[in-house]
Design a protein around this ligand. Structure first.
Ligand code: ZN
Length: 307
């Protein structure tokens, strides 16, 4: 039983309005769901993705107002990669620089990549990848020739890189496709979210806070999810119960290199409580929080446009 690749990546931010601005206006992703952190409903949870919010295109944030900056390091995903169509790299370098970001263009595993941080210091990268197709979500200034098509992958900073690599190959079905400058590249068969790079170089310990990744979620199906509990137990990894996250169900576990992983289902997806046209336009709450809506909206950080 293999995973299809990444489902979503979740990171910490600080300022909800800035997080929303950067990912929708600068990177041009669609806000596909605006909800709260189910474990801390005084904090927003934003989901950004392609037009449909497909698994593999989703990056999500908990913007904790007043939070401290984190340290990117061991026990975390250290960088999130986005895919763009072939030939779009020059457009993105110009666009990011016009938005005041410092962008480093370099060769990584024999391809040109753009490395940069978002405005709250979360490490990101943009890479060309034909296999992810084109996005239909094209906000002002971005055409389908340039629009981000989804996540391409992540770079992992593991406490035990060899064990992490072995787990990804033996349990998740990834194949090793390259190694350069102490970075090992693993790939799955998926069209998007198919790359996992593992950094073998020594790094300091990661500390949670804005600008760091909280967890990396992999795709599974409703039918197969329960079986993962057995597979993880077989690998001597403790896992959570199956939790209802409204738009998918999830199992969480810490892999042996210290990074928090999640197995999230494709079903039911983001159109379970909003139509395609209305995705991300209203604050959505799960049933058990709906009765507390007025208290929740009273404590959520104020956003522009009367939120
Ligand atoms: Zn998650």
């Amino acid at each position: 039983m293999d995973t299809q690749g990444l489902h979503h990546v979740t990171a910490f931010a600080k300022d909800p309005a800035e997080n929303l601005r950067f990912y929708t206006e600068v990177l041009g992703l669609r806000l596909v769901k605006k909800t709260v952190n189910f474990d801390d409903p005084a904090t927003y949870h934003f989901y950004f993705g392609n037009q449909n919010g497909e698994p593999g295109t989703i990056i999500t944030f908990f913007p904790f107002q007043g939070s401290r900056p984190g340290t990117v390091g061991k026990g975390q995903a250290g960088r999130i990669y986005f895919s763009v169509p072939k030939g779009a790299l020059a457009f993105w370098k110009r666009r990011l620089e016009e938005n005041g970001l410092s962008v480093k263009k370099q060769i990584m595993l024999s391809e040109q990549v753009l490395l940069f941080n978002d405005t709250e210091d979360l490490p990101l990268a943009i890479m060309e990848d034909e296999r992810s197709g084109q996005s239909e979500w094209t906000p002002p200034g971005i055409t389908e020739k340039e629009a981000i098509t989804g996540m391409r992958g992540v770079l992992l900073y593991s406490y035990r890189p060899e064990a992490t690599i072995q787990f990804l190959i033996e349990r998740f079905g990834y194949s090793k496709t390259g190694e350069e400058h102490q970075i090992v590249r693993l790939q799955s068969e998926a069209r998007i979210g198919h790359i996992i790079d593992v950094d073998l170089a020594p790094k300091e310990t990661g500390i949670g806070g804005y600008g760091t990744v909280h967890h990396v979620a992999f795709r599974t199906s409703e039918k197969e999810q329960a079986k993962w509990k057995d597979i993880l137990a077989d690998s001597h990894l403790a896992s959570s119960d199956i939790l209802d996250r409204s738009y998918f169900t999830s199992i969480y576990f810490r892999e042996s290199g210290g990074i928090l992983f999640e197995m999230a289902t494709d079903e039911p997806g983001f159109m379970t409580d909003e139509s395609f046209e209305n995705l991300g336009t209203e604050l959505k709450l799960p049933e058990w929080l709906e009765e507390h809506r007025s208290q929740i909206t009273a404590v959520l950080p104020k956003m522009e446009k009367g939120e």
